[in-house]
Design a protein around this ligand. Structure first.
Ligand code: ADE
Ligand code: ZN
Length: 350
């Protein structure tokens, strides 16, 4: 929509909730709610170093990315069987559909599971079946992105790719996540080149805690099509210009950034600055069970904390999420049409 109809600020929360949107940055292991962690631990006979759901929730006070990752990997240890992966993904997709997510591109961390002796096929079969069922039962579209752990070696990533070869038909792309500092994108140059040869989409976490140089590396060396987080780009004017000119999307996760102290407070988040610089920014939940909210919580709390964000920004963020997705052109057009209709409805008060 080139010209947005006037929308009263009081209508913005309802509009943010109702707008169709894509979620492009969600780690499925980060959607494991404490209740499900305990239920799966019981089901699988896994001992947890926490006495109760309440004690576990109280441990969710993080000082940085690593302090979160330690507890996140411990939580994922309850996942053993195909049905566990299915139940986790199905629960996330049902919750996402309630937030009017029409399309989700879901990260999973294969090495978190294969190092515990769970076969990659078990992981992918469970997650993929949940995506198929969710489309049939909830009308939500969902695809999978296999994310290499950057604190492990490139050799380990190659071994994981080898195991994934028979499963590539169920994976749309690869990503790079885990501890960023000290593990620059260049470490994974060869395995990403191989993934691109195989026709996989490539994305990478960069500029969450790491410097702008890691974003340059993700673009120039890995040829990342999207940057996950990327909020540190604002410290490099030339990088900002490049991201805007090449329309490289950033999958921004405001509540995650607040919880992991990337910003002292949501009111200091740079989302408005990214949008005003013409970047293709999107809003996402990252690890919603750990960071206090799903995608609509991210939209609502960020718009409440940053009064400079407008209805036009809301439309732009949702529109960007479709543009930035790896969906077909026809799907993107259909979702964009639903978005415009939703804004028109709210403008007229219908
Ligand atoms: N894995 C899960 N969440 C992550 C994040 N925010 N950054 C890096 N790796 C992650
Ligand atoms: Zn992430």
């Amino acid at each position: 929509m080139s010209r947005l109809p006037p929308i009263a600020p009081a209508r913005l929360p309802a509009l943010l909730a109702a707008a169709p949107k894509a979620e492009l940055h969600i780690h499925i292991e980060g959607s494991l709610e404490p209740e499900m962690i305990f239920a799966l631990a019981r089901r699988n006979g896994v001992a947890l170093p926490f006495d109760s759901v309440q004690v576990l929730r109280r441990a969710y006070a993080f000082s940085d990315l690593q302090s979160f990752l330690d507890i996140y990997y411990a939580g994922a240890s309850v996942l053993r069987h195909e049905q566990d992966f299915y139940d986790m993904a199905r629960a996330y997709l049902a919750r996402a559909a309630m937030d009017n997510v029409v399309h989700a591109e879901i990260f999973f961390d294969p090495q978190t599971h294969t190092t515990r002796g769970v076969a990659l096929e078990t992981v992918v079969r469970g997650l993929h079946r949940a995506c198929v069922d969710a489309r049939a039962e909830l009308g939500i579209s969902a695809t999978l992105i296999m994310s290499f752990l950057r604190h492990l070696s490139e050799e380990d990533a190659f071994a994981t790719l080898e195991q994934a070869m028979p499963l590539l038909g169920r994976i749309v792309g690869v990503g790079l996540d885990s501890s960023e500092l000290g593990h620059p994108p260049e470490k994974f140059a060869r395995v990403f080149a191989r993934c691109r040869q195989l026709g996989l989409h490539v994305v990478a976490h960069a500029g969450e805690e790491g410097p702008p140089a890691y974003i340059w590396g993700a673009l120039d060396v890995l040829k990342a099509e999207r940057i996950d987080h990327g909020v540190q780009a604002v410290h490099d004017a030339a990088l900002m210009q490049r991201l805007a000119a090449e329309r490289i999307p950033l999958t921004v996760c405001p509540l995650s950034n607040q919880k992991l102290r990337v910003f002292p407070d949501l009111s200091k988040h740079n989302l408005k600055q990214l949008l005003d610089a013409g970047l293709v920014a999107t809003v996402n939940s990252d690890d919603p069970a750990y960071f206090g909210g799903y995608i609509n919580d991210n939209f609502n709390q960020t718009f409440a904390a940053l009064p400079a964000l407008t209805a036009q920004d809301a439309w732009q963020l949702a529109s960007n999420s479709f543009e930035a997705s790896f969906a077909t052109a026809a799907d993107k057009r259909a979702w964009q049409g639903q978005l415009d209709e939703c804004f028109e409805r709210h403008a007229t008060g219908a």
